[in-house]
Design a protein around this ligand. Structure first.
Ligand code: SR1
Ligand code: MG
Length: 417
């Protein structure tokens, strides 16, 4: 297969099922994981996301997951795209895996010619969004995601490493510009303007979209969030931390699909995750399920802050003094500065959470959550409520200073028709 894509070598070709079998057979360490002979392997395509081809291969001894970038968006072949996203996903895994080996998958192999990434398969795990839509709420998962965000961001930030290492990694991930462009356009620009990619199911949402676009404070906040996203390289982000990027069996949870990885504000990852929990909250029919969502948001935030601050607290000494921040100041200054740092992440989280809610309802790449509400008027009412909640978060006419304020606003919007 040849295209005019400059990154694409003539050797690149998109694999089919037999191609996957042959490719794995050429890699002794991967073939050894599966066991048996290539004829014994069960290979199937499980592509689900918007961008790539994904295959699972299972043998008598184990399984792997193989992901290959396409020269276009998988769900829209007219949207051409370079292939390098699997390189960035492999690089992200290699950077964070030592810090979160229990919460993501190991990069077993990356092929720079075929843009193929191989990781262990997660059979027995379910996509978190699918579990939520089935009413399966595992309290441990939100805590694990909080730990994941804390450990992966802390470890790749200036708080943990000499600035030279952080800057080298920033240089690497600053090249992930194709997917960063998608994030900037789809989340932080398009929904606030007319754009052919925007769409929404029910015309009853149109007045709310107009209200978002006509609100000076919303537009100013969106510009501030975009500026912040692009100019605050605090830590290596997952970059697309929605509930479809999380797989769990209720006890074991793995964060996958880090192809959007880039340096940015920590509140972006937190905001996307919480935004998706809130979308699921508004799509949940019953009170008990809704309460479980509030618990998950609280658990996530508590676990994130505790884990992040514990990691910071433990950095009292380092040979390289440039990596120590507020370690030797008096206790009350130290507590003040650290709590200010967390407060800023909290405010970023609220902002990015709102942008994620808006883009998933009226931008591109909608989510399936609301399909569980089979009654159309109820579905529309809930989508309107979610959008209005997001608008309130961006405008903050009444300041949201704490998680309690945030959760109260959430309940208010659920009960206001
Ligand atoms: C063209 S990519 C659209 C969306 O899919 C990915 O999962 C990201 O969420 C991206 O914004
Ligand atoms: Mg993805």
């Amino acid at each position: 297969m040849t295209t005019s894509n400059p990154q694409q070598t003539s050797a690149y070709h998109t694999l089919d099922l037999e191609g996957v079998r042959t490719f794995i057979a050429s890699l002794p360490s991967i073939a050894g994981r599966l066991g048996g002979t290539p004829e014994d392997w069960h290979v199937r395509e499980v592509s689900d996301g918007n961008l790539n081809m994904v295959f699972l291969a299972e043998g008598p001894q184990g399984g792997i997951c193989l992901k290959q970038a396409l020269p276009h968006v998988r769900v829209d072949p007219t949207w051409k795209m370079p292939l390098d996203r699997t390189f960035f996903e492999a690089s992200w895994l290699r950077a964070i895996f030592p810090h979160v080996p229990d919460l993501t998958t190991e990069c077993l192999h990356f092929d720079a010619e075929q843009f193929i990434l191989i990781v262990p398969s997660l059979s027995g795990h379910t996509v978190m969004r699918t579990a939520l839509m089935a009413g399966q709420y595992h309290p441990a998962v939100a805590a694990q995601v909080g730990d994941f965000v804390a450990r992966s961001t802390f470890a790749t930030s200036l708080l943990a490493e000499p600035f030279e290492r952080v800057m080298d990694r920033r240089i690497c991930f600053a090249r992930n510009q194709t997917l960063t462009r998608i994030t900037v356009d789809l989340i932080l620009i398009d929904p606030y303007h007319d754009h052919p990619r925007n769409h929404w199911a029910d015309p009853q949402l149109t007045p709310i979209v107009a209200a978002l676009r006509n609100s000076p404070s919303v537009l100013a906040r969106i510009d501030s969030l975009r500026l912040h996203f692009l100019s605050a390289p605090q830590a290596l982000l997952h970059g697309d931390l929605h509930t479809g990027s999380i797989m769990t069996n209720g006890t074991d949870t793995r964060i996958i699909d880090g192809e959007f990885a880039t340096y940015g504000p920590i509140g972006f990852d937190a905001g996307l995750f919480v935004g998706n929990l809130i979308l699921s909250f508004f799509a949940t029919p019953d009170r008990a399920g809704q309460a479980a969502h509030l618990d998950m948001i609280q658990t996530f935030w508590t676990s994130f802050t505790k884990c992040f601050l514990d990691l910071w607290q433990n950095r009292e000494w380092a040979e390289d003094r440039s990596t120590l921040y507020y370690a030797t100041t008096d206790k009350s200054t130290q507590n003040f500065e650290k709590s200010l740092f967390i407060q800023n992440i909290f405010q970023d989280m609220l902002g990015f959470c709102a942008t994620e809610i808006i883009r998933r309802l009226v931008g591109y790449a909608h989510i399936a959550d609301f399909s569980v509400l089979t009654d159309q008027p109820t579905r529309t009412t809930r989508q309107k409520a979610a959008l209005l909640f997001a608008k309130d978060c961006l405008e903050q006419k009444k300041p949201l200073k704490s998680l309690a304020d945030f959760l109260e606003l959430l309940y208010q919007n659920l009960s206001t028709p």
